[in-house]
Design a protein around this ligand. Structure first.
Ligand code: C5P
Length: 221
């Protein structure tokens, strides 16, 4: 069986950064499932498909012309051959992603594509439902959290780096609202798998979280 480590968690919990470092340290493949939903949202917008048109969205999802090219410390995301790595990180595209992500038939249409990322020597998959739905059989499932205040502080740091201003109190409020929506949604709600290892990264550095996960992985191999 191909080993898979799933890393799920709320917005700004650091799972993307952690997943990439774990994958690099192990020399494994990486699945950023959020990127898949973002690409689908962008593709739908460009094709003029309404975000509640389930049938059309399922068609688009089944034939999504996306390619992930793993490079040194980075993965290029190509949509119909165009590098959309930057565009899909925009807040607007995140919003499109979360709208298509609430449709169960769309999630089903992306299921096999996500499973296909499990290739030798192994896969690190990050998202919201990697451990609960897509890789339910993964030997190591991590649920990564941090307090809303800490996540807002991290987000503020990222925004400042990009030259954007923001208000900490507003960010905390936004994060609380998104947590509530992600956890309460009827379809694939954000929750830890029953056998997940929960890691609270509020007081930890990225390296400490990565080491903890690698330790858990070593204990299972
Ligand atoms: O993780 P990221 O912010 O890139 O995800 C974008 C959106 O895609 C999330 O807000 C969430 O609604 C959705 N998503 C999901 N299931 C996943 C990954 C992302 O529903 N496995």
């Amino acid at each position: 069986m191909i080993p898979v480590i799933t890393i799920d968690g709320p917005v700004s919990s650091g799972k993307g950064t952690v997943a990439r470092r774990v994958a690099t340290r192990l020399g494994w493949h990486l699945l950023d499932s959020g990127a898949l939903y973002r690409v689908l949202g962008l593709h739908a917008e460009r094709r003029g498909v309404a975000l509640d048109d389930e049938m059309c969205l399922v068609d688009l999802a089944e034939q999504l012309p996306v390619e992930f090219r793993e490079g040194e410390g980075d993965t290029a995301v190509l949509l119909e051959g165009e590098d959309v790595g930057q565009i899909i990180r925009e807040e607007r595209v995140g919003e499109l992603a979360s709208q298509v992500a609430v449709l169960q038939p769309v999630r089903d249409a992306l299921f096999a594509r996500q499973r296909a990322f499990a290739q030798r020597p192994g896969l690190v998959a990050d998202g919201r439902d990697m451990g609960t739905v897509v890789f339910r059989d993964a030997p190591l499932k991590v649920f990564l959290t941090a307090s809303a205040e800490e996540r807002a502080r991290r987000r503020l740091g990222q925004l400042k780096e990009k030259g954007f201003g923001a208000n900490l109190a507003t960010l905390i409020e936004d994060i609380r609202t998104r947590d509530e929506r992600d956890m309460q949604r009827a379809v694939a709600p954000l929750k830890p798998a029953p056998d997940a290892v929960e890691i609270d990264s509020t007081e930890l550095t990225v390296e400490q979280v990565v080491d903890r996960i690698l330790g858990e992985a070593a204990a299972r191999s």
